[in-house]
Design a protein around this ligand. Structure first.
Ligand code: FES
Length: 288
């Protein structure tokens, strides 16, 4: 059967396609999901309050370089500050919210992630709306030119994000060290008891621990991590750290999109949980 030659590139108007499937569904879900997270996290970052409760610290405020002094709504410092109270040398026009000092790292890591780039280029810029669907532009400049050239800093963002995983793991350990003010401020023992100071496991401890596991799965499944541990080598026998780390990271990398979404949702929920117990709306139950 003879076929007429196909000339490339094919010019299509915005949204034109021969696809019969629901090609619009995925970008729509990404638009709603990412949009909701950006709105919530921006709002939470500017609050500068209700980011800690007892031994818990919201991951959106970690590391807590300076404490805005709103622990338990008392004006006192919480238990997580690295360098003390919010310093006077920070200009008054900067909102007194510790999250604003540190959020650029996780935000930069996610924004430059290879998966998210493919997702939000489609969902927010329609560039293209989806594969084989007409887009609003005819030219393609790619990521070789400013401003998208900046996306190439992703490998450096990976180093910083890996450091954050260590810090968040430390926070999860700290979340087992309860102080006496935990019960005084509304925490309750699930099976009775005094809920005094010392080692314990609360619902918040479990939430923070799962948070660091999910973020670790996302971060160490990064394409850059895979590249460093062996993706750049043609010889499996000469991998810098041996075969096992490369295989583990490859395994995480195969599900990178799932790790990206689950960890994103859980970060938002973790902040929300700590916000709720800090405001006294939810009770933080302690198992022992
Ligand atoms: S590619 Fe997604 S975090 Fe690096």
């Amino acid at each position: 059967m003879s076929q007429s030659p196909l000339s490339l590139p094919q010019a299509r108007g915005l949204g034109q396609t021969q696809r019969k499937d629901k090609w619009w569904l995925q970008p729509l879900v990404v638009f709603l999901g990412l949009g909701a997270f950006v709105v919530y996290s921006t709002w939470a970052a500017f609050q500068g309050a209700h980011y800690e409760f007892g031994p818990y610290l919201s991951p959106m405020y970690s590391p807590l370089l300076f404490d805005a002094g709103t622990a338990f709504g008392t004006g006192s410092l919480g238990h997580h500050t690295w360098f003390g109270a919010w310093p006077a040398w920070i200009p008054a026009w900067v909102p007194a919210s510790p999250a604003l000092l540190i959020l650029s790292i996780p935000a930069g890591f996610r924004t430059t992630c290879y998966y998210y780039r493919g997702a939000y280029y489609k969902a927010f810029w329609a560039d293209p709306l989806n594969c084989a669907v007409g887009e609003p532009r005819n030219g393609y400049r790619g990521e070789n030119f400013f401003p998208l050239l900046i996306q190439n800093i992703h490998r450096y963002m990976f180093y910083l994000a890996a450091l954050y995983i260590v810090i968040l793991a430390y926070d999860a350990v700290i979340a087992t060290q309860f102080q006496a003010d935990w019960a005084a401020n509304g925490g309750k023992m699930l099976f009775g008891g005094e809920g005094g100071a010392g080692f314990g496991i609360g619902v918040g401890t479990l939430i923070l621990t799962l948070n660091v596991i999910l973020l670790g799965g996302y971060t160490f499944g990064c394409h850059c991590a895979r590249h460093f541990t062996g993706g750049n080598s043609d010889h499996q026998s000469k991998l810098p750290l041996g075969k096992k780390p490369y295989e583990c990271i490859s395994c995480l990398n195969r599900n990178h999109m799932k790790w990206a979404w689950v960890s994103l949702i859980w970060v938002g929920f973790t902040d929300f949980y700590i916000r709720m117990v800090s405001m006294g709306i939810w009770i933080d139950w302690r198992l022992f």
